[in-house]
Design a protein around this ligand. Structure first.
Ligand code: SAM
Length: 387
């Protein structure tokens, strides 16, 4: 964080409902009234294995760095309030193993600072690149890491919340069931499913898995940055992520705080949803770009959505669809320690890689630091011929 000259925090911009403050959020938080915030919605700098341009802290120092923020978060939150932290995982430098830092963060927040883990969420980004390339596409010993943890923490076990705010459309099979009806029976799990399960509530309760690509490519924010020669923030989250939690955990007029605001996605959503909000960011360049989010008054209604449009859904194959019971080659007995494979870049991979959206660069860059950089190589390696 010492890359930035620390000045006294100052008001950078104000809107009808919120304000952006330029400065160190720790200093800003110390001026915020005790028990005055309803939701802290944030994506802190991740404890990545390499130093990133916006000053990430190494994984092992992460918890120490986070502690003063944790104390302030707890103090400024109302009893009914929530802290939602979107946090990406990290790889051990040079090894195909994962850091525990984001799990330790949740444990520390609960055991040392008195937070409760209201629920763990998993943000699945279907557009994530297969990284780190060395472990995933070259040595083929790990799978694509495509999920961020989102910790929903609260000051008491009873934060204000309602899942009615974040309902989803019924799946096609559920819609069919609602039409055709359901025969009451016992599930393999032993649960008795009564006919009451086929009551049409209008929508479904979502799971704690949020499927959301991070592929913004033509937004007003990006156009604003481009027109002014401002580099867009490299690790933005998609607006639907803060929107989910702001809707579920706050009412209009409540106070939403983002201490690591980046390009102020949280502020943009809070403004649209008429929550009071404070965004705090230490890097002025990110805020110059963020202004593009508040140029025009936010749209109060959304265009109607076609619920039957496949583009609004993701399909994940069930594991096993390609397994025929035989495994062609033995597993590498050394766990992939020896680099046996020559990376191969197929023309279609080159194309696919080129099409990816730079907003994912945060994740794409997460390759181990002391192994050679290699191009992507997808080798089908299937135990049987698909043709
Ligand atoms: C992962 S980014 C947040 C991105 C944001 N959610 C968005 O969608 O644009 C984390 C941000 O925290 C900022 N930051 C790091 N330390 C800070 C501090 N002490 N006070 C305020 N901002 C800080 C970094 O400059 C970076 O922009």
């Amino acid at each position: 964080m010492d890359r930035f000259q620390l000045h006294e925090p100052r008001l950078f911009y104000e809107t009808a409902h919120g304000r952006i403050i330029l400065g160190d959020s720790l200093a800003v938080l110390s001026t915020v009234d005790t028990s005055s915030v309803d939701l802290i919605m944030t994506s802190p700098p991740f404890g990545l294995v390499r130093q990133k341009e916006y000053g990430n802290v190494e994984a092992d120092k992460y918890l120490e760095w986070f502690k003063p923020f944790a104390a302030q978060f707890h103090r400024v939150l109302k009893e009914s309030g929530s802290l939602v932290v979107d946090i990406g995982g990290a790889w051990t430098p040079g090894l195909p193993t994962r850091s525990l830092y984001h799990f330790k963060l949740a444990i520390m927040l609960c055991e040392e600072f008195g937070f409760h883990l209201a629920q763990d969420f998993y943000w699945w980004n279907p557009s994530r690149l297969p990284t780190p390339a060395e472990w995933v596409t070259v040595r083929r010993i790990r799978v694509k890491d495509a999920v961020n943890l989102v910790w929903w923490l609260s000051k008491t076990p009873w934060p204000k919340a309602s899942n009615r705010r974040v309902l989803q459309p019924y799946s096609p099979s559920m819609r069919e069931l609602l039409v055709k009806g359901y025969k009451a029976k016992r599930r393999p799990s032993g649960h008795e499913i009564s006919t009451k399960f086929v009551f049409d509530n209008g929508a479904a309760i979502p799971p704690n898995l949020i499927a959301l690509p991070n592929t913004e490519s033509n937004s007003a924010y990006l156009r604003y940055c481009q027109e002014r020669g401002i580099k867009p923030h490299p690790a933005r989250y998609p607006a639907e992520l803060p929107e989910f939690f702001i809707r579920m955990l706050t009412d209009p007029g409540d106070h939403v705080f983002d201490p690591f605001a980046g390009s102020c996605v949280t502020g943009e959503v809070a403004e649209r949803l008429k929550r009071r909000w404070t965004c705090c960011e230490i890097n002025e360049e990110y805020l110059l770009g963020a202004l593009g989010r508040f140029e025009r008054p936010p749209a109060t209604t959304r265009e109607s959505v076609d619920l039957d449009d496949d583009a609004n859904y993701y399909r994940l194959p069930r594991p096993g669809l390609l397994w025929n019971g035989e495994e062609a080659e033995p597993l590498p007995a050394d766990g992939g320690r020896e680099r046996r494979f020559t990376p191969r870049l197929l023309p279609e991979d080159e194309e696919a890689a080129g099409e990816r959206e730079p907003a994912d660069a945060e994740y794409a860059e997460e390759s181990p630091s002391d192994v050679p950089a290699v191009p992507l190589a997808y080798q089908p390696n299937l135990p049987f011929d698909l043709s």
